[in-house]
Design a protein around this ligand. Structure first.
Ligand code: ATP
Length: 253
């Protein structure tokens, strides 16, 4: 258990009726890594997150979080997992602090602990001064940072985010990534974020390339770039999705 990866996805397949959204997907997310799940629209990123968070049950395969199988040991697995969904989920008529408090109550945090954790997480997200404000008065980037603070209230060890920067301007996008990377570096949190915005990836990030429901490459961005003989992740990604036959043969099992 102690050496289990933060996230293990093993031979996961999921279909909506006849449409196969994930086809025998396997990969791991290492503890303490900052891992980008890269895929175009329709690649299967949201489906995968829906399975990891148990919104849906996988048709086939196994998923575990820090060694805890999400079907057999859901309490232990979900306790270690924080989630930021693609759609905005703050209650706009409540204050930032009230939004956090509701979430803390759902996770069984007592009042004093909830308050202390909320203050700590808002400070990390550079939003300490905004606790009393209604969520609707925040910018899109600030709302996202509140959602990240909220997802971290119960002290999860793995944070998954589904396209957290979509719809934000370039400064806000950079701010979100800077905060996530700081959390990884300073607290040992593991981050898995889905994105189709390839410029967000840094050479030292881990990447998982998902295309049409299949994994085409995994590893550190610099290794994936070098393996494709390209100079950046955009070039490597284009090469991977242009050569499905070759990439399939190299898919990790
Ligand atoms: P996006 O970035 O557009 O959200 P994605 O990578 O998250 O894309 P998914 O939303 O997981 O991809 O979709 C994967 C495939 O499954 C797509 O072909 C999509 O049309 C299909 N799909 C997703 N949700 C449903 C659903 N509820 N019913 C039927 N098909 C679905």
């Amino acid at each position: 258990m102690s050496c289990a990866p933060a996230l293990l996805i093993e031979h996961v397949t999921h279909a909506y009726g006849e449409r196969v959204a994930l086809d025998d997907v396997s990969f791991t997310v290492a503890r303490g890594s900052c891992t980008a799940l890269l895929g175009l629209n329709g690649a299967g990123k949201t489906t995968l997150f829906s399975l990891v968070t148990r919104l849906f049950a996988a048709r086939r395969g196994r998923i575990s979080v820090f060694g805890f199988d999400i079907d057999r040991d859901p309490g232990e697995a979900l306790r270690r997992l924080g989630v930021v969904f693609q759609a905005r989920t703050l209650d706009l008529d409540l204050s930032v602090a009230q939004n956090l408090r509701y979430h803390a109550a759902l996770h069984g945090l007592g009042g004093r602990e909830a308050k202390a954790r909320g203050a700590e997480m808002l400070a990390r997200m550079e939003l300490s001064g905004r606790a009393g404000e209604k969520a609707r008065h925040l910018s899109g980037g600030q709302m996202r940072r509140v959602e990240i603070a909220r997802a971290l209230l119960h002290a999860p060890r793995l944070l998954v985010l589904d396209e957290p920067t979509v719809g934000l301007d370039i400064n806000s996008r950079a701010g979100i990534l800077r905060h996530l990377r700081a959390l990884v570096a300073q607290t040992g949190l593991t981050v898995l974020w889905a994105t189709h915005l390839l410029d967000e990836v840094e050479p030292t990030d881990e990447v998982v390339v998902l295309h049409k429901g299949r994994i085409l490459a995994t590893g550190s961005a610099q290794v994936v770039i070098a393996a494709q003989g390209k100079k950046d992740i955009g070039g490597a990604f284009s090469a991977l999705i242009a050569e499905p036959a070759t990439a399939d043969a190299e898919s990790p099992q």
